[in-house]
Write a protein that binds this ligand. Structure first.
Ligand SMILES: Nc1ncnc2c1ncn2[C@@H]1O[C@H](COP(=O)(O)OP(=O)(O)OP(=O)(O)O)[C@@H](O)[C@H]1O
Ligand SMILES: [Mg+2]
Length: 256
């Protein structure tokens, strides 16, 4: 079943066409890689998928908790729609602990009844306990439990990336968008991340789209790869097809 449909999508900034005539469908349960040279429009595409930018023209439709189109996207609503993301430039609350950062992800998905939270009724405490337990489980999975009380700013870069992924997952998304999850990781961390993303997909029944420059991760992990070049969709296929596509090879050799 397709869960995302993109039609004739364009986004320009002044004279720059950052995203140009993109059409695609994404099937539920897939891990899709989005690759392409620097400036190809990958992050802009994620910003369109999450309501940070609105399209110059064209539209995006999700068929998740409900059917919604890009006219209704707002960054603050995306979690409710079932879409969570991480950022190319990590955005954690640096002065908060690992645990607190991930709890925020959890609470993004949960609205207390006004009275329950105002008067701290039993439901409030019950929910807080559940939140804590679930987040602790998540931290254990991510090998971050020992660091739950460390301030985010004091973690090495690779672990900050993992906290951001855990925070996105805590909101219980159906679609997870990862913008360069392996950036700043060493080869060992990258291998662990590859396994973690695979495991997450099975465990949480997710669809994942990930932007990545690390080709070993992309080729190992992705069912389907989409290549952007100068804002347009240059190619799409299996890892093997993409590796052997002359146009893709040319774009990479010429572009980076
Ligand atoms: N807010 C903005 N204002 C003006 N131009 C922008 C803006 N955001 C992106 N661009 C331009 O759009 C183009 C695509 O940028 P984008 O960040 O989407 O590329 P990218 O594929 O994510 O690159 P990288 O791999 O380096 O992260 C670039 O030319 C960039 O300068
Ligand atoms: Mg980018």
């Amino acid at each position: 079943m397709e869960m995302l449909v993109v039609n004739n999508l364009y986004k320009s900034f002044g004279g720059v066409k950052a995203v140009s005539n993109i059409n695609m469908k994404i099937e539920e349960g897939q891990i899709v890689g989005l690759i392409g040279p620097n400036g190809a429009g990958k992050t802009t595409f994620f910003n369109l998928l999450t309501g940070i930018y609105s399209p110059s023209s064209g539209d995006i439709v999700y068929k998740l908790n409900q059917e919604i189109s890009s006219i209704n996207f707002r960054p603050s609503r995306m979690v409710k729609y079932g879409v969570a993301r991480t950022f190319q430039n990590i955005r954690l609350f640096k002065e908060m602990t690992v645990l607190e950062n991930v709890l925020i992800g959890y609470h993004n998905n949960f609205k207390y009844n006004l009275f329950t939270s105002l008067f701290r009724l039993p439901g409030y405490y019950k929910h807080e306990d559940e939140a804590y337990d679930e987040v602790v489980e998540l931290l254990k999975t991510f090998n971050l439990y020992d660091k739950k009380d460390v301030l985010a700013k004091n973690l090495p870069y690779g672990e900050q990336r993992k906290v951001e992924i855990a925070r996105a997952l805590a909101s219980k998304p159906k679609l997870l968008l990862l913008d360069e999850p392996a950036a700043g990781m060493n080869p060992q961390e990258t291998r662990e991340l590859t396994e973690l993303i695979q495991w997450i997909r099975e465990e949480f029944d997710l669809t994942v789209i990930l932007i990545e420059h690390d080709m070993s991760l992309v080729m190992d992990l992705c069912d389907d790869i989409i290549v952007f070049n100068y804002g347009t969709l240059l190619a799409r296929g299996t890892p093997e097809e993409i590796q052997n596509n002359p146009e893709v090879i040319k774009a990479y050799l010429g572009g980076e």
